[in-house]
Design a protein around this ligand. Structure first.
Ligand code: GLA
Length: 390
């Protein structure tokens, strides 16, 4: 290799790594159509979501991406260009509308010939589709994994990243491979900004269960949570583990459980992609989604993912290191009755003699200085979430 070529290659590597990192320096925040609208989604629903985010305090709380999931696609034209279906119409106009609200727009495709819902996929049209998304003004691509039996995961995602880069618009790449090929091991290398670590989330509390037909698996919040254990070292600025989108407000869980779901996702430095109908949101749901103290844990600039640091049956302690040396701590009660849970400083990586100022992030109250440990009574399926500041 000549020196000039080596220099050019180095510069290009830094530029592309730099792009990926600035694109998602903290976990992406936004909204996605799938968990509530699934295949019934229309352009009007996307506009309404953008209107809501821009006017209900979510934008100020950090929600930026308005993401269209599956089912927007129509047929390709005679030149092979992808077109939206009748429910969507003019995609450039839709992107312009979302941008006019000071927000960004995301789109969805799959490396297979068909998407998971059977719409047109990007197989053998990767460059053409990437150019089309860039021309529409798309800022984020969720790239799924259905109908890909002849394809290799890492190569497929590298392929679309190259196509997006060649299209010349910075586009966040969300790898939706469900964790099967362990994307945490190669997702960053191929320029992915986030990667799903599990199958789809379901709007329910419990663990991983087989579907009624015996196939694997339906994931409630706890099922997804347990699959995050051990993955924390793979996350960091520009490249995040994605335990799937939020179900907060979709009706299958209690408000206590939704608060727990949101708290845990923030501690995991997960992308916070709301998935409820933002036009009809109870105040309790709005308060969960816009809790700025909890969101600050998710968005902390150090970019550490939190982890489980103690477990005693149904009682768990989760902790995340923050940039200022504090810890965010969750006392989680998975059980069916109220219990006292204790976080020991030594489990947080602090000496037992340390005095730390404890603040409750849901009650928005300082709880005073504690030495060695912090205990609280926690409701069934609930959390107490605090920060501890030395
Ligand atoms: C897969 C993905 C989901 C959603 C659907 C759409 O199941 O994992 O998040 O995008 O496809 O068909």
């Amino acid at each position: 290799m000549t020196k000039l070529w080596m220099c050019t290659a180095l510069v290009l590597t830094f530029v592309s790594l730099g792009q990926a990192q600035t694109a998602a320096a903290t976990p992406p925040m936004g909204w996605n159509s799938w968990n509530h609208f699934a295949c019934k989604v229309t352009a009007a629903d996307i506009r309404a979501a953008a209107d809501a985010i821009a006017s209900n305090g979510m934008k100020q709380a950090g929600y930026t991406y308005v993401n269209i999931d599956d089912c927007w696609q129509g047929k390709r034209d005679a030149q092979g260009n992808i077109r939206a279906n009748q429910r969507f119409g003019d995609m450039k106009a839709l992107a312009d509308y979302v941008h006019s609200k000071g927000l960004k727009i995301g789109i969805y495709s799959s490396p297979g010939p068909k998407t998971c819902a059977g719409y047109e996929g990007s197989y053998r049209h990767e460059e053409q589709d990437a150019k089309q998304y860039a021309a529409w003004g798309v800022d984020y691509l969720k790239y799924d994994w259905c109908h890909t039996s002849t394809q290799e995961a890492k190569a497929s995602y590298a392929n679309i990243r190259a196509a997006l880069d060649a299209a010349g618009r910075p586009i966040v790449l969300s790898i939706c491979e469900w964790g099967t090929a362990k994307p945490w091991l190669w997702g960053q290398e191929v320029g992915g900004n986030l990667w799903r670590t599990t199958g789809d989330i379901n709007d329910r509390w419990g663990g991983k269960q087989k579907w009624p037909d015996g196939s694997c698996c339906s994931n409630g919040v706890l099922g997804i949570l347990d699959q995050q254990v051990g993955l924390q070292s793979y996350a960091g600025p520009g490249h995040w583990n994605d335990p799937d989108m939020l179900e907060v407000g979709n009706g299958g869980m209690t408000d206590v459980e939704y608060r727990t779901h949101f708290s845990l996702w923030a501690l995991l430095a997960a992308p916070l992609i709301a998935g409820n109908d933002l036009r009809n949101m109870r105040p309790q749901i709005h308060d969960i989604l816009t809790n700025k103290e909890v969101i600050a844990v998710d968005q902390d600039a150090l970019g550490r993912e939190g982890e489980r640091v103690a477990k005693n049956g149904e009682l768990e302690v989760w902790a995340k290191q923050l940039k200022d040396g504090s810890r965010a701590v969750i006392l989680l009660n998975r059980g069916e009755s109220e219990q006292e849970i204790t976080a020991n400083w030594e489990d947080l990586g602090y000496p037992a003699t340390l005095s730390g100022a404890v603040r409750d992030l849901w009650d928005h109250k300082d709880l005073g200085k504690k030495t060695g440990k912090f205990s609280a009574r926690v409701a069934p399926h609930g959390v107490v979430m605090v920060t501890v500041k030395p």
